[in-house]
Design a binder for this molecule. Sequence first.
Ligand code: UD1
Length: 418
Amino acid sequence: MGRYVISGGKKLKGALRVNGSKNAALPILAATVLNGSINVLENCPKISDTKTALDILRHIGCETESEDKVLIINSSNISKTEIPEELVKKMRSSIIFMGPMLARFKKVTLYYPGGCELGKRPIDLHISAFRKMGAEIEEENGKIECFCEKLRGCDIELDFPSVGATQNIILAAVLAEGTTIIKNGAKEPEIADLCRFLIKCGAEIEGIGTSEIKITGVKNLKAATHKIIPDRIEAGTYLIMTAAAGGKITLENVNPIHISPLIDVLSKMGCKIKKYTSSITLKSTGHLINIPFVQTLPYPGIPTDIQPQLTALSSVARGLCRFEETIFESRTAHIPELIKMGADIELNGNCEFTVKGVRRLRGSEVFARDLRGGAALITAGLCADGITVVDNSSHVERGYEDIVEKLSEIGADITLKI
Ligand code: UD1
């Protein structure tokens, strides 16, 4: 288990290229199962979650090749329909293989991913949608066995616009018989990217980027080449880190529209931001002012995946900010760690807390309990006095490619000790 050692207080200055999106790459990697062909995915991030997705693909019989950020997946010789428990447990979003496996092979066995630091994270919306499409699903001791004679398109209204459930239903519906209409679907840009890949494969999908998505099943899908969209959460994280530490950063390969609510918050806090077609420049004195209220919401609201990093920033901004987390039932594991560093945060239940900015945080030894919480602790370390040690780099490595190299390039003093 690695640990990041950060000597805080250095201004960040320079340019970084944002990677391809983790949350777009993972469902598209699962989608390659559908066509039994050779798929070329460009701009894939080199992170441990994509390695896990490739492990799953290889386990079921795909041949994979990689050259830098290009992944080639040949899904023509898939021989297994079981996804091993250790891989599902390693990456919760392995559940995204359920839809495509069921659609192409009419059966799949996998395991319940279980809870995590963000709360219970059930998969009931995925399961009830597949049942409605004609799948029989048996759950016993954490094992989920699904089979069907065929999947039938139908109307599915989601109780909550779950990103994973929307993607999983789309992945099943593209090869189902008839038409599926998803109502109250999620609108995240990563879902639109998945749809664009599937359309290149020959899928029929309407309503992309809206909450009502219509999918007309086709008999077969063909090979495709696709470039993954930039990672809006990685981009947001580096903007927040620079806002907290102070300095000037230019991010290249970013879609400013995908992070416009965050840009809005950072501007109101006092950062100077310039947006271009595919780049952003942020300038910060490191002495910012809190806005009174931040609420996480489904896209296009403030993403829950940015809340921990914003909490760290808010800890060193002047004044009070009340946070409300509306997506996950408990996404606060970073808060006790920030408090160890001198942050003044009061938790009001699981989903609400108030941050009262302090002048400086102090370097401390803290523990990353989840991916974005880890990024929040690095953010805090970059602007704290003295040395911060963030234990448990494995979570951060799930979602940030070469974070140490990138931060070092722009002037941070950070090393990874194994
Ligand atoms: C995806 C993202 C994750 C992000 C999240 C919310 C990927 C790989 N992960 O996760 O980074 O934080 O969207 O933007 O893209 N829920 C249910 N039943 C279900 C499914 C979800 O109750 O069957 C609940 C969850 O417990 C959670 C909420 O819905 O409270 C949102 O979850 P969801 O949108 O499904 O998140 P993921 O797809 O798991």
